[in-house]
Design a protein around this ligand. Sequence first.
Ligand code: BTN
Length: 246
Amino acid sequence: MSGKRIHLSVLSSTNSYTIELLSQNGIESWTVVSCDHQSAGKGQRGKRWEVEPEANLTFSVAIEARIGLEQQYIVSSAAVLAVVNTLEAYGIDARFKWPNDILVEGEKIAGILIENQVADGMIRWSVIGIGLNVNQTHFPPYDWPATSMKRIRRGLDLDKEEVLSLLLQSLKQAWFALAKGKTSANIRRMDELLFGFEDEVQFEVGGKRVVGMILGLAHDGGLRLALSEGVRTFYNGELKLLRSAS
Ligand code: BTN
């Protein structure tokens, strides 16, 4: 259950490298792959994840998940809770922008990219890739502004290894609780953490701008929205929250 730790100075993407290892000889569950610099870091929706070399955490964790496809939310919930709980341990109050972003004071501090290996209608392996901004203090003007732990704490550099070790501990805790079916308390906590909860926010759905109120999470991790035509639940990839929520 402990898994190996692989650290390299440069990789194209820790997610891609982990997937490559999985397809070659297989790896132990809970193997962690990290690097100082990703030359082609991957973000959600085909975007790139580009951060200052060495300043931040960029890593992937491979978990032999063996859960149904409909339980994908367990993986993302565990990852979100791990990041939020770790930040909390440093006195940083974070919010979760559905489905996979972590915000502090409305700015993005971490992104999560989950890539699953699916066989026979099951998620066999989940590769959870996390980019957590730790010590970077200047960011280019992204379409959603970014921040880091160091910026929020207005202090000295943080020890990335210490942050990673707390995060992995937290990920295991959340994963095993969720995999054992302790989902309702966790979903409730995720509701409380939801950025824009019970606010009117703007979304992009199928290329169109839509206004709705975030009602919370469905039991399967979908996002429940009150729209003019009624309540609808959306799933990952179906909508994008636009920058108007408080
Ligand atoms: C996003 O918010 O768009 C998701 C960003 C995920 C970035 C991490 S960094 C480690 C892992 N390897 C990658 O190539 N991407 C993820």
